[in-house]
Design a binder for this molecule. Structure first.
Ligand code: ADP
Ligand code: MG
Length: 569
């Protein structure tokens, strides 16, 4: 079976293509979104999703979130004494989604379409594919998130559509795509984005806005930094989400029995505090419009995707930018996973999708480092020579010729870069190629460099030297990242060592994590009551009697629902 996965910074979701339509698959908890969060204990037991978020309140150091931001980097996450990279943690999230599909359909999916931010670079895309492999999945295709959302939006009625803009603001990334549909062809005209802009940044802005007045006595300074940040950012997120429903919301942190720090935040001051972030929404939009040669006035719709587009300050900024209201007809949380499942249906050549085709673009420029003669007879090094320019339709293959720089040179080296700046230092280095060349006077050896960019957004580099007709085919790998198959196997084995709580047990552990978080969130009589509920539930677990446990679980969960649905203030 082929599944579609939205592997998000904050939330992930999985959907399947079944009976001619895309369907979301709920997690064991019944929810469609699985928070991209992992928590671990010393024994290697792991919590994934909502229960991991709950457990973060009590075990911030053993819990990781937003690791997608570190995809393809060498960042190490240490949880309960074990080290992971972002791909490993993402693989755990993917495994959880695979299990959810398995328990719904009874069969274990082997292949997946996984979405990535359009602006993910080559290294981040390869890391995503690797995460899929670590989770035991064959990744048939990577598809850009806004493209997936456009598929879900555009195929609602299968009619032709004038160009529309998909505005996807999630927890950590911002993507814009301009898409058009005619005769069953879904054509992405341009994509642009900001890899480092999302709801998380609004949380940080809000936390620094209130920090002083929330805590005049500097009580927070006494806490360990990890715990302090967790408390503040969680409070910020809660307050920010409450601000989506009303004009004023409470920002509060419960420190201990006696101390509850609290302050009120108004919509206007929040808006002022995030003005620099709101300003950053403009650039990618302008760039996508310019690259596609489409005027803002020609856009038929502004389609909102991503949880952070629920913020009134964001909607207001969009309305101001475009001079009209955005379209909120697709579900901001579901569109990307549904689109991935549609792509899975396309890849599986489903009859219902026969006439649909999709064309995407490469959202950034790819090229190599070169040197050029300067005015004084010297060389200016470190310049970027574009080979594939941004927003070229993919798949694409382009070739450029370069020649040797010095007499008798026997090797030629190219740094490979992605970005728009003239100087390579300001672009992202993807790797390097090094090939032998026949020894000749400077400038006499031509080297043809071919870049091929496939529909998943993965780059391949071929070098041809006409003089001796030698050819080199290089799948691009960063020197230090050269992870062989053995390495992948070893990493997979290490992940397999982690123990997942059995399904029944998983519910119990998730509930305890939630209750302990609630305990920290409250004070006084309520906190006391939660403490007693936890003790009671622990007693029920000790009996090892499934009936007693089930009953106690239902009661505890109803009790917690009772205190958590009574509103944010
Ligand atoms: P990602 O694609 O990065 O996983 P999502 O699209 O799920 O992210 O969006 C997550 C972000 O949306 C978080 O920053 C979250 O706080 C924000 N969000 C979700 N619901 C709301 C809401 N009602 N109001 C404001 N922000 C929200
Ligand atoms: Mg998303």
């Amino acid at each position: 079976m082929l599944i579609g996965i939205d592997l998000g910074t904050t939330n992930s979701a999985v959907a399947i293509w079944q009976d001619g339509e895309a369907r979301l698959v709920p997690a064991a908890s019944g929810e469609v979104l699985t928070p991209s969060a992992i928590s671990l204990d010393e024994d290697g037991h792991n919590w994934i999703g909502t229960s991991a978020l709950d457990r973060r309140a009590t075990h911030p150091g053993d819990t990781a979130t937003s690791f997608k931001r570190a995809m393809g980097s060498r960042t190490v996450f240490s949880l309960a004494g074990r080290d992971f990279q972002a791909e490993d943690l993402s693989a755990l999230v993917l495994s959880a989604l695979v299990r959810d599909v398995e328990s719904l359909t009874g069969c274990k999916p082997a292949e997946a379409v996984i979405t990535v931010p359009a602006y993910f670079n080559d290294r981040q895309r390869k890391a995503t594919r690797q995460a899929g492999e670590l989770a035991g999945l064959t990744v048939r295709r990577l598809i850009n998130e806004p493209t997936a959302a456009a598929l879900a939006f555009g195929l609602q009625d299968k009619g032709d559509r004038e160009p529309f803009l998909v505005f996807d603001l999630g927890g950590g990334t911002f993507d814009v795509s301009i898409v058009e549909m005619f005769d069953g062809i879904v054509e992405v005209r341009a994509s642009a984005g900001d890899n480092r802009l999302g709801g998380d940044d609004f949380d940080t802005a809000l936390a620094s806005l209130v920090r002083e007045r929330l805590d005049p006595d500097k009580r927070l300074a006494a806490l360990a930094p990890a715990r302090r940040d967790t408390l503040l950012l969680r409070a910020a997120r809660r307050c920010r989400e409450a601000l989506s429903l009303s004009n004023e919301a409470e920002f509060f942190v419960t420190l201990d029995e006696e101390t509850r720090l609290s302050t009120l935040v108004g919509q206007d001051e929040f808006e002022a505090a995030c003005a620099p972030l709101l300003d950053r929404l403009r650039d990618p939009i302008v760039r996508a419009l310019r690259d596609s040669a489409i005027e803002a006035a020609e856009l038929s719709e502004i389609v909102l995707v991503g949880g952070a587009t629920r913020m009134p300050v964001v909607r207001k900024a969009i309305t101001r930018l475009f001079g009209r209201f955005p379209n909120a007809t697709v579900h901001p949380d579901h569109a990307v996973a549904l689109g991935a499942a549609i792509q899975a249906g396309l890849a599986g050549r489903d009859a219902a999708l026969e006439e649909i085709r999709i064309t995407d673009v490469c959202p950034y420029t790819l090229g190599v480092e070169v040197a050029e003669p300067d005015a004084h007879g010297g060389l200016q090094r470190g310049l970027f020579s574009p080979i594939i320019e941004r927003n070229t339709p993919v798949p694409v293959s382009r070739v450029q010729s370069y020649s040797t720089l010095s007499d008798g040179q026997t090797q030629i080296e190219f740094g490979i870069y992605q970005g728009e700046a003239r100087e390579v230092v300001r672009n992202i280095r993807l790797g390097e190629i090094r090939v032998p060349v026949p020894s000749r006077p400077a400038g006499e050896v031509d080297v043809e460099v071919r870049f091929s960019y496939d529909s998943s957004g993965l780059l391949e580099v071929d070098v041809h030297i006409p003089l001796d007709d030698s050819r080199h085919n290089l799948v691009l790998v960063e020197e230090e990242d050269r992870a062989g198959p053995e390495d992948l196997e070893a990493r997979r084995a290490r992940l397999a060592e982690l123990k997942l709580h059995p399904r029944e047990e998983m519910q119990n552990q998730a509930l305890i994590a939630r209750a302990e978080r609630c305990y920290e969130d409250h004070i006084g009589a309520m906190r006391h009551a939660i403490g007693r509920w936890i003790t009671h539930f622990a007693g029920a677990l000790d009996t090892q009697d499934p009936h007693v446990i089930r009953e106690a679980r239902d009661r505890l969960s109803a009790n917690l629902d009772g205190i958590e649905t009574s509103g944010p203030l």
